[in-house]
Design a protein around this ligand. Structure first.
Ligand SMILES: [Fe+2]
Ligand SMILES: [Fe+2]
Length: 200
């Protein structure tokens, strides 16, 4: 039996997206944008491929979050948010024993760390955060901003870019944000990205 690994990863992610309609498509968009940024940063093919897979799987741990919290339509309470914050660790636990994923589980574990050390689960700072997690963090937040959520309206492409810049060195690695800004100077790549996010 020859299972196409990438297709299987997609199937796995569909299990969580079948439950959570609001994040349906989120993982694919994050995977595609993170891949474009990594490629632009001149990482080799193997690394970019790994980032793509980590992007697909980054929120897989949400499968372990109770529906009442995951699917809540209003703003989360403080204690509900604490439960949501378990998803990077749950994802790490689900995938950690698969040697062919290499450090993908670790990238997933740290995708909500912030550059200034105020993120979770380990409050890692700057270069201590795996580079893959830092790239996914930028793509993840960008998608959250331009995609309409239950309790927040989407913001425009331009405002999302500005927000990424404002948060550089606080939430994000400025070098990655700068690379993103550099990517969108290329007309073809900009239109690719707008297509991924269904923006005009
Ligand atoms: Fe997440
Ligand atoms: Fe996410």
């Amino acid at each position: 039996m020859n299972i196409n690994f990438h297709v299987f990863i997609d199937n796995l992610v569909s299990t969580i997206e079948a439950k959570d309609l609001y994040t349906a498509g989120h993982s694919t968009r994050v995977a595609d944008l993170a891949f474009i940024i990594a490629e632009h940063m001149n990482y080799n093919k193997e690394f970019c491929e790994k980032i793509h897979i980590a992007g697909h799987l980054h929120d897989i741990g949400k499968i372990g979050i109770p529906d009442g919290i995951l699917l809540k339509s209003g703003k989360l309470t403080k204690s509900e948010f604490e439960v949501i914050k378990d998803h990077p660790l749950i994802g790490f636990e689900i995938l950690k024993n698969n040697p062919s994923l290499k450090d993908v589980p670790l990238i997933i574990k740290h995708h909500h760390e912030k550059f200034d050390g105020t993120g979770y689960p380990d409050q890692l700072k700057s270069d201590d955060i795996p580079i893959g997690s830092r790239i996914i963090a930028v793509a993840d937040s960008f998608d959250a901003m331009v995609t309409r959520r239950t309790y927040k309206s989407a913001i425009t492409f331009e405002s999302a870019i500005e927000e990424l810049l404002t948060e550089s060195h606080k939430q994000f690695d400025k070098n990655i944000v700068d690379n993103f800004l550099d990517v969108i100077k290329d007309r073809e790549k900009l239109s690719n990205i707008k297509n991924i996010f269904s923006l005009s």
